[in-house]
Design a protein around this ligand. Structure first.
Ligand code: PMP
Ligand code: GLN
Length: 388
């Protein structure tokens, strides 16, 4: 949050620079190891790169169709069927977007009237608050509480009013690494059906589940036609800079979201779409190896941070692990993160920025483990010097 800006519209007052930009700039300035912003330090598969390069060389450099190139729409539909048994018509029920970020923005702008309410779970990914505000809607949060980041269904009921339009769910969940369980998802699904709510689900970490399994909310009874399922190629193929995302939903929901999307970016990067289409068709060995590799990184950082003395909430998925710094005698996560590069050459993200309840989030700090093992080892070694 920042001071009042003289030019900024009132609905965006208070939204300063995102914490990811601030912390990556701090890492660049100080040369610290960046375990803040979640991006991998190795590229994804060459075949995916080669397909994008071939598309550029092959002249696919003009506006692609507004819904996305057919190769990618079909690859997305096949992916949903292959991994989850969900059937979508690639012509009418799939929309390619400029990353999951645009998918979330277009969904909220398309589906909410000013004054509507959006129920989401805190801590929440920062763009949810920004996009809800841009849509003129209001957020209502249900708190996920450590150590397992479960929620109280009565809080979900209390957060739902006559103005509630949709539930915005992120599983696997950033920043906690929580993977919502079958029972929790069933509870959310029943709630949506009972109150006739749309669900918008952000599943960008769908292939980064280390314990348990990823279950799309759209697979639950009554949910297929009321769920806007969002994902992205950034995480699954380690090309976060390509910004190829997508939405699967019923045709009327896709039509609505496309109406907003066409005025945000119109279309999304043509050659990168060819690359991600190839990626989605890779065999199971790719997806298995990707998860196994990231699990080893999770294990290393979780063990390392525990050794340093943090209270660690081991994540079941994503790129991230949350820690409580009170175990180190610290209290203020924001001050801790701003000082950390100077103290020991490591950058992390204060989780307070993901909370409305700043008391809950204040002492929590998020570390990203999507880095090479030797980089994580060096980061842990540096953090061990914290007390000295
Ligand atoms: N949702 C979540 C939960 C994320 O962590 C991120 C960050 N990568 C995004 C959406 C944005 O995805 P993209 O880069 O595809 O826009
Ligand atoms: N999703 C990434 C994270 O949580 C950041 C992406 C961004 O900078 N918007 O670290």
């Amino acid at each position: 949050m920042s001071e009042r800006s003289p030019y900024l519209a009132s609905r965006l007052q208070g939204f300063g620079t995102t914490i990811f930009a601030e912390m990556s700039a701090l890492a660049d300035r100080t040369g610290a190891i960046n375990l803040g912003q979640g991006f991998p330090d190795v590229d994804g598969p060459d075949v995916v790169k080669d397909a994008a390069i071939a598309a550029i060389r092959g002249g696919q450099n003009q506006y692609p169709p507004g819904s996305g190139i057919p190769e990618l729409r079909h690859a997305i539909a096949e992916h949903q069927e292959r991994f989850y048994g969900l059937e979508y018509d690639a012509e009418t029920e799939v929309l390619v977007t400029t990353g999951a970020t645009e998918a979330v923005a277009a969904s909220l702008l398309a589906l909410c009237e000013p004054g509507d309410e959006v129920v989401t779970f805190e801590p929440y990914y920062d763009s949810y608050a920004g996009c809800t505000a841009m849509a003129g809607a209001h957020r209502r949060v249900v708190t996920l509480r450590p150590p397992d980041y479960g929620f109280d269904p009565t809080q979900l009921a209390a957060a739902t009013t006559a103005r509630t339009r949709l539930v915005l769910l992120n599983s696997p969940h950033n920043p906690t690494g929580k993977v919502f369980s079958r029972d929790e998802l069933a509870c959310i699904a029943e709630h949506c059906v009972e109150h006739d709510l749309i669900a918008v689900t952000d599943e960008v970490y769908e292939h980064l589940v280390f314990d348990g399994e990823h279950l799309p909310l759209a697979t639950f009874p009554g949910m297929r036609d009321r769920t806007v399922t969002i994902s992205s190629g950034g995480k699954t193929f380690s090309f976060t800079g390509w910004k190829v995302g997508w939405i699967c939903a019923s045709a009327p929901l896709i039509d609505a979201v496309r109406t907003a999307k066409q005025f945000l970016t119109y279309v999304s990067g043509a050659p990168f779409q060819q690359g991600i289409a190839v990626g989605l068709g890779l065999d199971d060995a790719y997806f298995d190896a990707f998860t196994t590799d990231m699990r080893a990184k999770r294990d290393l950082l979780v063990a390392g941070l525990s050794d340093v003395g943090f209270d660690v909430f081991a994540p079941a998925g994503t790129y991230f692990v949350t820690t409580d710094i009170r175990a180190l005698g610290e209290h203020d996560g924001m001050a801790f993160c701003r000082a950390l590069p100077g103290r020991c050459g490591v950058v992390a993200v204060p989780s307070v920025v993901f909370y409305d309840d700043v008391e809950q989030g204040g002492p929590l700090v998020r570390f990203a483990f999507c880095k090479r093992l030797e980089v994580l080892e060096e980061a842990v070694a540096r953090l061990k010097g914290l007390g000295s």
